[in-house]
Design a protein around this ligand. Structure first.
Ligand code: F0G
Length: 443
């Protein structure tokens, strides 16, 4: 998009019909055709302003906003955001790990790195989107904000809303949210509502309610969220000295991240900050895989399902960002794949035992890499970055059940059983000898 210098540097643009809205319009779908909106920046005007050197020069910043791994790239996220409206917790700045040898061998990958988005302030990548979305909410004077969530968006929104002084209303599926996430929403002071329905029903309800009552919507259909989430890709590339990997592999639920990653790559290439595009592989849980089903059929049809998976974060049957995500795959020669719940919990156990740790949905990405290498889709010597989306402590119940062998319907393939002893040295000696101590033998 090119425009005269007097025109705004960013607009809201419909991805289907191209109709534009001003940036301060709190709308989430196109007023003309109902399509998804994206924030489109005038890249020609940004071109002389951005460079690898600019982003590198901000790495040592200690003050907000540039100490944030989102606002470091402000020109490509929300160039017009006034400093006084930026709601930030210094999010991002997450580690990019080279996987330890044992995990690499288990996956079958020679060159695998893990971008750990669970290291954000509230323990998931959602903080990167939330700082963008909440800044816009603050800018337009919102007093109430709402989201539907499988738990991480709500935790993040509750925290950022508290900082912004905006009332947070979070809606999640009753009984289908991990304990760590539920606790966060309550602790950060949100109006926390359990809905007797699944995530898809929650999102329907919230979209209707925000329209009807003029509440600011903070799900990832909010395009300012996706602008923040693009920085996962920016930061990962900067950590790699702007060398693009062959593959970026991530879990897919509502498909906001998949959409954001495609937009990030498109913009970086247009600005000459990278010279080639990695391929994106989206991994869905077998029982929550509408996008995979459509991908398999060349996107002839948009599927929806009633979702079932132990990875509650991605238990989503009607992904809101479906169309944008499809474009990401088209842009990058990307693919979709599925993994079973057993593969997810086993991959999680291996990532955890490597000392890195993540929540179940995140492990889908590593389980996916393992499967794609085993099937010959990814070569073992290719350069791969898998994204871990959430922190290990988000879902402690699943961990304990898995390792105790009490996770219903699952094998605890890599169990590390908790042991109980009497308080005497004899018991300790028995432990050290490994006598009758299930799980103490080398795994
Ligand atoms: N991983 C984690 C840990 C998540 O919380 C989510 C989504 C995803 C992956 C999927 O990302 O939706 O961009 O495809 N969680 C949302 C929530 C839906 O409400 O917290 P996506």
């Amino acid at each position: 998009m090119t425009a005269a210098p007097s025109s705004p540097i960013s607009v809201l643009q419909c991805i289907d019909c191209g109709h534009t809205h001003p940036l301060d319009d709190p709308v989430y779908v196109c007023g003309q055709c109902g399509g998804l909106l994206a924030v489109e920046h005038d890249l020609e005007r940004l071109r002389p302003l951005v460079s690898r050197a600019l982003f590198d020069s901000r790495l040592g910043e200690v003050e907000p906003p540039y100490n944030s791994g989102v606002w470091r790239y402000k020109e490509l996220v929300f160039p017009g955001a006034p400093a006084e409206h930026i709601i930030t917790r210094g999010e991002g700045n997450t580690n990019l790990y080279r996987v330890p040898p044992k995990l690499a061998a288990w996956v079958g990958a020679d060159r695998l790195m893990l971008k750990h988005e669970g290291e954000n302030p509230t323990g998931s990548f959602k903080d990167r989107g939330m700082t963008g979305g909440m800044t816009h909410a603050h800018l337009v004077g919102a007093t109430n904000a709402a989201c539907a969530s499988t738990g991480n968006t709500s935790a993040s929104m509750a925290s950022y809303a508290a900082l912004a002084g905006i009332r947070a209303l979070v809606f999640f599926p009753h009984g289908n949210i991990a304990m760590g996430k539920l606790a966060q929403s309550v602790a950060y002071g949100a109006v926390a509502v359990q809905v007797q329905g699944d995530f898809d029903a929650c999102l329907d309800l919230v979209r209707q309610a925000t329209r009807r009552y003029g509440i600011y919507l903070l799900n990832s259909v909010n395009p300012f969220r996706l602008e923040g989430q693009k920085t996962i890709v920016f930061e990962m590339l900067q950590q790699r000295r702007w060398r693009a990997p062959d593959w970026i592999v991530l879990p897919g639920g509502n498909l906001g991240n998949t959409s954001a990653f495609g937009k990030a790559l498109r913009e970086l290439r247009a600005l000459g900050l990278i010279d080639r595009l990695p391929r994106i592989a989206v991994i869905q849980a077998e029982g929550a895989a509408p996008f995979y089903q459509s991908f398999r059929e060349g996107f002839a049809e948009r599927h929806t399902v009633t979702a079932h998976t132990v990875a509650t974060a991605i238990k989503i049957g009607n992904p809101a960002s479906f169309v944008k995500a499809r474009r990401t795959l088209e842009l990058t020669g990307g693919i979709a794949e599925i993994v079973s719940d057993q593969e997810i919990v086993d991959a999680k156990a291996m990532i955890d035992a490597a000392g890195i740790g993540c929540e179940p949905a995140s492990a889908a990405s590593v389980a996916g890499v393992r499967k794609l290498i085993a099937n010959g889709v990814i070569r073992r010597d290719e350069d791969i970055v898998a994204v871990l989306t959430g922190h290990l402590l988000k879902d402690p119940d699943l961990i304990i059940h898995y390792h105790q062998g009490t996770l219903d319907g699952f094998q605890s393939t890599y169990a590390n059983r908790l042991r109980t002893i009497t308080p005497d040295l004899e018991s300790v000696e028995r432990l050290l000898r490994g006598d009758n101590a299930p799980g103490l033998a080398p795994r």
